[in-house]
Design a protein around this ligand. Structure first.
Ligand code: WTA
Length: 658
């Protein structure tokens, strides 16, 4: 923490009993692992890859850097992820153990054992094969949170098909773009999803996506019947999942793939242009998903693990579909929302299933703090949370006040909080406390995961001293790193391995290390990426969506501003083709534009504020001065140098307009 960070923050020690029994027990054990990795990076990762992953053909080379930054890990080894997550656990005697506990929106519970999940995944895999899906084909999964969603991902892995899960909140346009970019041959979806007692369309959005055109590679649409709601049916293309599965054998020989075979693509926002398809490997990714589940969450045979993320995000991939299953864990798959039927749903669900490890996002915590402050009935103290032993946080910085509340009220003061910093591109945690080792400081993600060479450098790649902020990089490659951007290797190199950074991986975040402890605190993105409720949004993406409303919008600039609940909020400055609206009319047009953005990208991208101006603040060369817009959005007085500004009067207009 820098001097302007609250240094008086309390350090929290992990409880002694937890330390004693932890998989990584105490700081000496942590330092020993770091030292082992420092002494021989490849030998370290090779050892863990043999311990945590089951290989069909063992690898003989750990790392191949000959085509850096296109690194290859364990390249001549072969394996299958679904075999690692299912068959291997049954071979270990866990066949009857509960793999998944499905907690439906209405509270109904379905438990699925490892044996049952394997049978389901095999049937699913056979059904995909029967429709001609083969190794290397791309399959888009646009599904609700369900056992079927997890099974769909595992089924793709079983046959070597590459899945691309699209979050169920994205629009038809976004689905179309992802199907098109990946050249997907199949979409797996549900008729509808249930969230907070509401039925929301999924299949209808896929229909709309296909109707937009450009999805010629798509041959089949498989539909899981979740609600039985009315949907349109195209018999030449649409198939019911239950009909596809009926009669399929419940065994399926895994497709043994090379370690570098792509396991999945996951589209995420960058600072420019359209979302990029982050490509992950099979072997290296699985290793880190399993290893971090073991060490960061200390997952043990009796734990009940609950990661509240959606499978549409990377957190749901690594800590629902892959990590916990690779270790033979029991985990919750939650369909609903934290506020339904009341804002104590998380606490009641922890009590109901005796959850021992709970992993959620700061946004959720902050909104549940507000709810509990407004209504004592939904306070966590009314639920029995004594089963909890470890808490986690992910997706955005957790502010110390929320950390302390989470620690005291949810964790009863006895559960360590792992504030896990990572990204879609990193595949798994890269900076995080280990719960039975690391003393915790609220607001800091503490220290690098052993083997991850995180560091802070300046623009030339030179190390900066602790206490001064800089650019977060990872110096050496690691097994679960992004392999490329699907179809755009040049963009991969430019985005993550810029020439000036000496071959280091550029995370895109700023960070600072504490002078004394070396602890990392993330200071926020250094590019034009916003983090709203833990969701990554590119400002350019939202700007393009706004200007694509060609009837109305002439120009738009989007910036973020801090928000108490969502972390950041989206603020859009818009110049219309018509005269600048005010009052009621401005409100109406703002609503219209918000809905437009929801239709183009998805409701999560709706700007919170929209302000109209006759123009945007620009330099004489025509460049939009975003730093000024950021100040206006925050409601700050403009103290920056405005001498290069061509049209200073516009600032007053934008400051007043709302
Ligand atoms: C941010 C989510 C602070 C960060 C797993 C990163 C965090 C982006 C943390 C990745 C954290 C994630 N503390 N910031 N613990 N975790 N971030 O790809 O800006 O959706 O670059 O992956 O979220 O978001 P993504």
């Amino acid at each position: 923490m820098s001097s302007d960070q609250p240094t008086e923050l309390k350090t929290h020690q992990p409880p002694a009993a937890l330390v004693a029994a932890a998989r990584v027990s105490g700081m000496a054990a942590y330092h020993a692992l770091v030292a082992e990795a420092e002494a021989d990076h490849e030998a370290y990762w090779g050892r863990l890859a043999r311990e945590f992953v089951s290989w069909k053909t063992p690898f003989t080379q750990v790392l191949d850097s000959s085509q850096a930054p296109f690194f290859k890990w364990f390249a001549d080894g072969t394996l299958n992820v679904s075999h690692n997550c299912l068959d291997r656990n049954i071979e270990r005697g866990l066949g009857e153990k509960t793999a998944l506990i499905f907690e439906a929106d209405d509270g109904a519970v379905t438990k699925v054992s490892y044996r049952e999940l394997l049978a389901k995944v095999c049937q699913f895999a056979n059904a995909l094969k029967a429709r001609g899906v083969k190794k290397g084909d791309r399959v888009v999964i646009y599904m609700s949170m369900s056992v079927e969603g997890v099974a769909a991902m595992q089924a793709c892995a079983r046959i070597g098909a590459i899945h691309s899960v699209v979050f169920g909140g994205f629009s038809a346009q976004s689905v179309r773009d992802r199907v098109q970019d990946a050249g997907a041959v199949m979409v797996i979806t549900a008729d509808e999803q249930l969230r907070g007692g509401k039925q929301l369309p999924l299949k209808a959005i896929v229909d709309e996506a296909i109707a937009l055109g450009g999805c010629e590679t798509l041959k089949n649409l498989i539909v899981y019947q979740r609600t039985g709601g009315k949907i349109n049916w195209h018999p030449e293309r649409d198939r019911w999942l239950h009909e596809e599965l009926a009669g399929q054998p419940s065994t399926c020989e895994p497709e043994w793939v090379e370690a570098e075979h792509p396991l999945f693509l996951l589209y995420t926002s960058g600072s420019t242009g359209k979302p990029k398809g982050v490509q992950h490997s099979t072997g290296g990714y699985l290793l880190h998903a399993a290893l971090t589940t073991a060490w960061t969450f200390d997952l043990k045979p009796d734990d009940v693990f609950w990661c509240t993320a959606d499978i549409g995000w990377v957190t749901g991939h690594s800590y629902i579909t892959y990590g916990p299953l690779a270790l033979g864990g029991t985990e919750i798959v939650f369909e609903g929302v934290p506020t339904y039927p009341a804002a104590d749903r998380f606490w009641k669900t922890i009590e109901k299933h005796k959850v021992s490890i709970f992993y959620t996002a700061p946004t959720a915590i902050r909104s549940l703090i507000k709810a509990a402050e407004g209504n004592a009935a939904v306070h966590p103290k009314n639920s029995d949370l004594s089963s909890l032993r470890i808490l986690g946080s992910v997706g955005e910085p957790i502010n110390p006040a929320a950390w302390e509340w989470y620690h005291a009220n949810v964790g009863g003061g006895r559960c360590p909080i792992v504030d896990t910093f990572w990204q879609t591109e990193t595949g798994g945690h890269v900076i995080t406390p280990l719960p039975g080792a690391t003393p915790m400081v609220p607001g800091s993600c503490t220290l690098p995961f052993p083997g991850i060479t995180a560091a802070i450098v300046d623009e030339t790649g030179a190390d900066v001293p602790n206490g001064s902020g800089g650019i977060l990089v990872i110096k050496k490659p690691w097994p679960s790193m992004i392999r490329t951007i699907w179809g755009d290797p040049e963009r991969f190199k430019k985005s993550y391995y810029p020439a000036e950074l000496k071959g280091y991986y550029l995370a895109g975040d700023g960070a600072i290390r504490d002078k004394d402890t070396g602890y990392f605190t993330i200071t926020g993105r250094i590019d034009d990426v916003l983090n709203v409720s833990g969701h990554r949004m590119g400002t350019m993406e939202i700007e393009s969506a706004l200007v694509s409303c060609t009837e109305l919008v002439a120009e738009a600039a989007v910036v973020g501003r801090p928000d108490d609940t969502t972390g950041e909020a989206i603020c859009a400055f818009v110049v219309l083709k018509r005269s600048r609206p005010t009052g009621e009319e401005a409100k109406q047009i703002a609503t219209q534009l918000r809905n437009w953005v929801a239709k183009e990208i998805g409701p999560i991208a709706k700007p919170k504020d929209i302000r109209f101006g006759d123009n945007l603040p620009k330099t004489r060369s025509g460049k939009i001065m975003r730093r000024l817009l950021r100040s206006i959005a925050k409601g700050e007085a403009i103290t920056q140098d405005t001498s290069t500004l061509e049209n200073p009067a516009i600032l007053d207009q934008l400051t007043q307009a709302n």
